[in-house]
Structures are given as structure tokens and as C-alpha cells.
Design a protein around this ligand. Sequence first.
Ligand SMILES: Cc1ncc(COP(=O)(O)O)c(C=O)c1O
Length: 476
Amino acid sequence: MSPEEFRKHGHDFVDWMADYLASVEDYSVRSQAAPGDIIATLPATAPQNPEPMADIFADFQRDVMPGITHWQHPSFFAYFPANSSPPSVLAEMLTSTLAAQCMLWQTSPAGTEMETRMMEWLRDMLSLPSDFQGVIHDSATSATLAALLVARERATGWRGNEEGLAALGAEGIMLAVYVSEEAHSSIEKTMKVAGYGKAALRKIETDDEFAMQPEALSAAIEADIAAGFTPACVTASLGGTGTGAVDPLRAVGEICDGYGIWLHVDAAWAGSALIVPEERGMLDGIEFADSFVFNPHKWLLTNFDCTAFFVRDAQALERTLSLVPEYLRSRETGAVIDYQNWSVPLGRRFRALKLWFVIRSYGVAGLQEMIRAHIALARGLFEEVSGESAFEIMSPLRLALFSFRFHPANVDDEAALDALNEELLQKLNDSGELYLTQNRVRGRYAIRFSIGQTGTQKAHVEAAWAKIRDVAASLK
Ligand SMILES: Cc1ncc(COP(=O)(O)O)c(C=O)c1O
């Protein structure tokens, strides 16, 4: 494709992108495609000869778009948001065009130095400790994997990487990791990948607010030590996925400090809310944390993927992940940061650029305004649902998340309530007017309501609540 052709298609695509963002509300939020619908439109074999861009783009609109769930739709209330913004998209266009691979300082000094500065900006915007150093990962899962690997190395005197866990196991060295029952599944997954094994995971009981019980954590650690285990890591959640649970960081941190256990904080979603001072209460005790992760790609107007991972001891992270064969040496090796030594993958995109665009375009004040607006919308809806006798709150409001269920007066059987709410959720999502997802709260089916899309306004939340009541009434 010649530069002139690229220019023409680029302009056409930007027109389409602007129209899409302006009219995203006209789409069904959740794709209404059935399994197999999209693959049926794609030829079984690759084309032998070049095809015109006009044909490819027409097929994209006709065949691909029906298979898109519209995460940027203002009535997207499912999972956690992955909100984006025009400045972020524009930055991604530049990143794609440069297509720089920023594994080393030398392979794009701006990529590295921009990343260092953006991590400092974010650290200070969230009011994290000033000795934290940050690095951008693709996902919170990857960042948590890195944290668990450093914790593993520290707990084994740096022998895990060298000798392998099997050798340590033969000597009777057995590790243990602690999370609350509400912790995200990524911790269990990364434990499997990091070689701890699922059996090393201890799920600590939670209190009425779904927060980890420090006494239960202490008891589990004591029991493990007595049984010959080495406690390696505690992961505290700030804003758990199911119920938005917030673990008591100070109490958990003091315990970790006492035993010398690595404390990792998973604030994947709620971390963005820390840019507003009134939500920083949950950071009390952060001085005990060894690492902290949050996703600007969830709630900070920055396109997926962009995860901010902070560590207090960056040397420990490097010691765990650094491997520099001759072909990765450069003249500056050792004198600069080569971020390939701070994450599992070698290759890395220039992700910091979109943060720079977003933070400058909105300013901290603009981002704070967005967070506050979403929290206020969620509070308003939470109060409405709480006041409706046919609905029951299943988990309390945390920032912009709560969960509820439809509970008509004549139904008391728990299994029947689960089935009723599952039916309600499917009918709502099949309508295409909004998108919600579910959770189990103390074993019972609950519908989560999570607000955080860039364009979500009061009218969208009111329309969603009206729809929920209408569909629920039709099920009685
Ligand atoms: C609390 C929490 N931790 C971790 C994750 C995993 O995030 P990622 O998709 O970036 O790996 C999520 C995802 O929603 C989450 O909510």
C-alpha cells in the first residue's frame, strides 16, 4: 500500500471511527451473534491474491461488526469497564504507526523514558509511596505473576529460579500464598504458572463486608509455619471483582511485616478511583506493600492494554526477571532501565504514549471529575434499588459497583431465586439495551451493576433501571 493510499484509507477510517463513537448507542450493547455466526462469514482458507481495501473494509462492517460487543456503549454495565477516549485512540494510532518495540532503552529511548515519567505521574496521582517505581504491563494478571515470582524468589533465598521448585520441594521447602475468598481468579492462575501450585493457595475467610479477616490470616500463617510451610506472599484486594471488597490494608500489612511476607496489592479496578482524595481511605497501610497493581485500561480513559505495576524494590524485580544474552546487550546496558528486565515478556509496545495523551488532554481534574460522576451515578441507583421492596441488595455499594437480585414477595426458595435472576439477566442482555453480568454472593446468584463507561450519563442509568424493573415485572 502506497503512502497516498494509506492516507486516503486512513482518512476514511477516521471518519468511520468518529461516526462510530458518535452513534455507539445505536448498537446492541452485547453482540447478538450466536456461536459460529462470525466464523461462517470468514473463508476457510487465506486469499491467494491481494484484495482491495474497500472490499476488506466493507466485509469488516458487514461481517465483523455484528460480532462486536460494544464496550464503549454508555449502557455497558457488565464486568468492569474498559473505558477509552478519543485522545487515547489517537495515541494508539501513532503507536501503531511507529510500531516500535520498546524492550530496551536503545530500541526506543522515548518509550522507556516516557514510561518512567508516566509511572511517576500515576504514582503521585494515586498518592502511592514515593519510593514505588512503576512499569507498564499488558494485564493485571501479568503484573501479579511478576509479583508472585519475586515473592517466590525472596522466600526461597533466590533459589527458585536457579534450582527449580522441585529441588526445593525435595528439601522440604514448601511455599504458601494467602488471599481472601473474594480475590480475583488471576491470583490462582498465576500461582499455577509460577510453580507454587494451586495447593499452596490459602483462601482466607471474609467478614460481612467481604473483606479479609486479619485474625484468620494470622491463624492460617501460624498453622502453615507449624506445618513446615514458608509463607511467601499475601495478596490484598482493593476493590475485588465480585463485590468490590476492600481488604484492611493496615492490619494485613502489619501481619506481613511481622513475618517478612511479600505484600502484593491488587487494585486492578479501584486503583483509578484513588486519584480522588476522598477515596484514599482504603490506602491506609500502603507503606507495608511491596507491590501494587492497577489498570488504567479499566477506569482511566486509556485503551486496553495498560496495566500499571509498582514495586518498592525494583532491584528484586530485576533480579527475578532479568536475563541478558549477548544479542540483548546495548552500549547503555546497566546504565539505563531496560524494561524487558521488569516483566515476563521481552517485547513491549509503546503503551506510555496513550497515558501521556490522556492525562494531558483531560488533566488530573478532568479524570477526577469522571470518577466522581460515575460514583455519584452508582450511589443514586443504589439508593433506588435499596428502596424497592421487590429487589434485594446482595453486596453493598463500593465506588461504582454493587449487586442485587430480584426477590418478589412470593418466592423464597433460594434455587428458584437463582433461576429467576439468571432468566432476568439473560432477558436484559438479549434486549441489547444494556449489558450486565452476574456473580455468586455467598453462593447465591446476584446481578452486578458496574458504572464506568466514558459516555455514561444519568439517563442511561435511569433507562437501565426502568428496563430492569419492566423485565422483572414480566417474570412474576
Ligand atoms: C480485581 C481484579 N484483579 C485482576 C483482574 C485481572 O485483570 P487483567 O484482565 O488485566 O489481567 C481483574 C479483572 O477484572 C480484577 O477485577
